[in-house]
Design a protein around this ligand. Structure first.
Ligand code: XMP
Length: 519
């Protein structure tokens, strides 16, 4: 009942997802869709998404002619977000001007002369228009993005807009997604077709494989590729868990040599990604040919599962365009963990941190070598073990050396950077210690004894930090004892145990302006 018209914002699918999380069905289509596509869906609410364009540009995308009139005569509520608001204002006869001061991130300023009937209901601290409404005509607009987790009360804004202003009904369930997707898959894949799935062992591809397996059974053939860029003991762990807990047929291909030889001497991150993508396709191609020989027919599709920022920011399907062996279809599954739970995917998969497709190659800055960089980074990763309370934690191998002193000797060794972030979807992220400080500060300010500190640090995967599981009575925000003790311990473990490293740096940048990975 909520239709989102997409004008190219990287957050558009987040709006869809947030609304679904409120148990309201929402669907996203192109912002320039013809009016008939919009009216045939009979939405009660239409949201005009943000986008990278300026309404002043000649070729800026816009909604179909007649949309406003149709919305008004059918009592449809229209909410414009950022660019969507600018469009609405412009098409209704108002004027959008670029503000004198612009900032990306937590503040963004535009000024507007509103069309007749509109009222300003919120302003930013600088006095710029932040929210507007024209209650009579049911037009609403927000200059900021309520869908991103970094907008405080963003969810509450969406919730009250949908339920209190528009009066939509909740009742849509995640189970419906599973049934719908199974229908889509069965319509797409013929009754005798075979399908290949590229399995990484991460949550997205595991849920995608389980879903497709539920739809087409053993006509699904999964392949797991060890490209030599995986984490510590990753191949063994994934294959073991698949066999024991997931019960999907998986073939493991060891392509370490193939990948590492192609990466030799390559330092450009985009080139690394391209080479790795190409090699993956070669491996899938060979797997498909072997399967074709065994089955006597070609496989019809390749299934890929990846997380949302990857679809939006990294364009992983560039390589798929070159794929001749199979057709490919990307199903964007917005609530992958939720769907995984319904499909009974083991918790050990659902809770895994995301890991980039190009693997450790993008965490080894510069040339990727087995005996030096990869080995170092694997040891560091092994030691960076807080798990459930964070989105991702990892070490980055830097191609710079610093002078140090170790065991009475001056050394000239590598620098490793540690990065740990919290996030809900990878689209935006906060550096971890900041959050931890907040938790402790909160307890401290409220003068609350923390009886279950371990809950914050559940399931530590490695020993070095086991002492952190012991509850501590109280932490002082100003001295940050806990943080200091913890970080000291990590640094000591890395410098003492990881060959060729004498300096550890902590990355304390959020996304934006950084991204989560360094390359
Ligand atoms: P960034 O670094 O863009 O990462 O903030 C957002 C999320 O995506 C993962 N990531 C990738 N995943 N191929 C992938 O499959 C890639 O090239 C890639 N780059 C980043 C990253 O680990 C984080 O979870």
């Amino acid at each position: 009942s909520v239709l989102i018209l997409d004008f190219g914002s990287q957050y558009t699918h987040l709006i869809t997802r947030r609304i679904r999380s409120l148990s309201v069905f929402s669907l996203c289509i192109s912002g320039t869709s013809p009016l008939s596509s919009i009216t045939s869906l009979n939405p009660k609410v239409v949201i005009l998404s943000g986008g990278p364009h300026s309404v002043h540009a000649d070729d800026s995308p816009s909604f179909a002619d007649g949309f406003v009139e149709w919305a008004q005569s059918n009592g449809v509520f229209v909410l414009g977000i950022c660019y969507g608001l600018h469009l609405l204002v412009q098409r209704l006869g108002g004027e959008v001007r670029v503000g004198e001061k612009q900032e990306y991130g937590r503040m963004e300023i535009e000024t507007a002369t509103l069309p007749n009937g509109f009222e300003v209901v919120a302003r930013s601290q600088q006095g710029a228009v932040a929210a507007v409404e024209d209650k009579d005509r049911r037009f609403y607009g927000l200059q900021y993005h309520p869908e991103v987790t970094h907008s405080p009360e963003g969810m509450e804004t969406l919730r009250s807009f949908l339920f209190e202003v528009c009066g939509v009904n909740a009742g849509w369930k995640m189970e419906n997604v599973m049934d719908e997707e199974i229908k889509v898959i069965n319509n797409m894949v013929g009754p005798d077709d075979h399908v290949i799935c590229a399995l990484s062992g991460g949550v997205d591809s595991t849920v995608a494989a389980t879903l497709v397996h539920k739809a087409i059974g053993d006509r699904l053939h999964c392949v797991f590729v060890d490209n030599g860029l995986l984490r510590y003991k990753e191949r063994e762990r994934v294959m073991e868990t698949f066999e024991r807990d997931v019960h999907l047929p998986v073939t493991c291909v060891d392509a370490t040599e193939q990948f590492l030889s192609k990466l030799k001497g390559v330092v450009d991150p985009e080139l690394k990604r391209k080479i790795i993508g190409k090699e993956f396709i070669c491996v899938f191609d060979a797997f498909a040919k072997e399967l074709e020989n065994n089955l006597g027919k070609k496989s019809a599709f390749l299934v890929q599962g990846t997380l949302y920022p990857d679809v939006i920011e990294s364009c992983p399907n560039q390589e798929l365009e070159e794929l001749t062996l199979t057709q490919s279809k990307v199903i964007i599954m917005l609530e992958v963990r939720q769907l995984g739970r319904i499909l009974s995917v083991p918790y050990s998969f659902l809770k895994r941190h995301p890991f980039p497709g190009p693997g450790l190659a993008v965490r080894v800055l510069g040339d990727v070598t087995e005996d030096n960089a990869l080995d170092t980074i694997r040891q560091s990763i092994k030691d960076a073990g807080i798990y459930d309370s964070i989105w991702q934690a990892f070490a980055v191998f830097l191609p710079v050396k610093s002078v140090g002193v170790q065991g009475n000797q001056r050394t000239h060794s590598h620098v490793v950077a540690l990065r740990a972030v919290t996030s809900q979807d990878g689209m935006t992220a906060d550096w971890y210690v900041f959050i931890a400080l907040h938790c402790f500060a909160l307890h401290d300010w409220c003068n609350v004894y923390v009886p279950h500190l371990s809950q914050l640090y559940t399931n530590l995967t490695f020993d070095p930090f086991s002492h952190l599981l012991t509850p501590k009575p109280k932490f002082s925000f100003s001295s940050c004892n806990f943080e200091r003790e913890f970080l000291d311990d990590v640094v000591q473990k890395i410098c003492n145990n990881v060959r060729g490293v004498n300096c550890v740096a902590l990355d304390i940048t959020s996304k934006p302006p950084s991204t989560i990975e360094w390359e």
